[in-house]
Design a binder for this molecule. Structure first.
Ligand SMILES: [Zn+2]
Length: 136
């Protein structure tokens, strides 16, 4: 407790001496405010795919699979919420600058069994685990 308190005081003193206040800090990189979030999102999707793969290989128990999947989906929800939050604070520049043409949505790979959509072709559905046709 005392150590923690000392750390806080030391930090406060340093911050005061340096005159660093939150509003003085440089704004986050304007060019890629979503970069790290996109990276995290991609990593989570990757993990979900790996998880699905290992589950199908029988390396994971059903309980482990469900738990891990739920955790990843929770994490994904947090990241997506963060993206929304950042977008809101930035005043939705996407809406301000209309895109010439909406890029074709890459969610073209739909599981025939459960209807889950994926951004890339998968051998097996990440939701229900059924084999997915490569062509759609
Ligand atoms: Zn499916």
């Amino acid at each position: 407790m005392i150590i923690a308190l000392t750390c806080v005081i030391v930090f406060a003193v340093i911050a005061f001496v340096l005159g660093v206040r939150p509003k003085d800090l440089p704004a986050p990189e304007p060019e890629s405010p979503f970069k790290h979030l996109d990276d995290r999102k991609a990593a989570i999707y990757e993990n979900l795919r790996d998880l699905q793969f290992e589950y199908r290989l029988g390396k994971l128990s059903d309980a482990d699979y469900q738990t891990t999947k739920k955790d990843l989906q929770k994490e994904l929800a947090v990241v997506l919420a963060e993206v929304d939050r950042v977008r809101a604070t930035l005043g939705t520049p996407a809406a301000a600058a209309p895109k010439p043409a909406p890029a074709p949505q890459p969610t073209d790979f739909v599981c025939e069994s459960c209807g889950a959509k994926f951004k890339q072709s998968l051998k097996f559905c990440g939701e229900c685990g059924k084999p997915m046709g490569v062509t759609s």
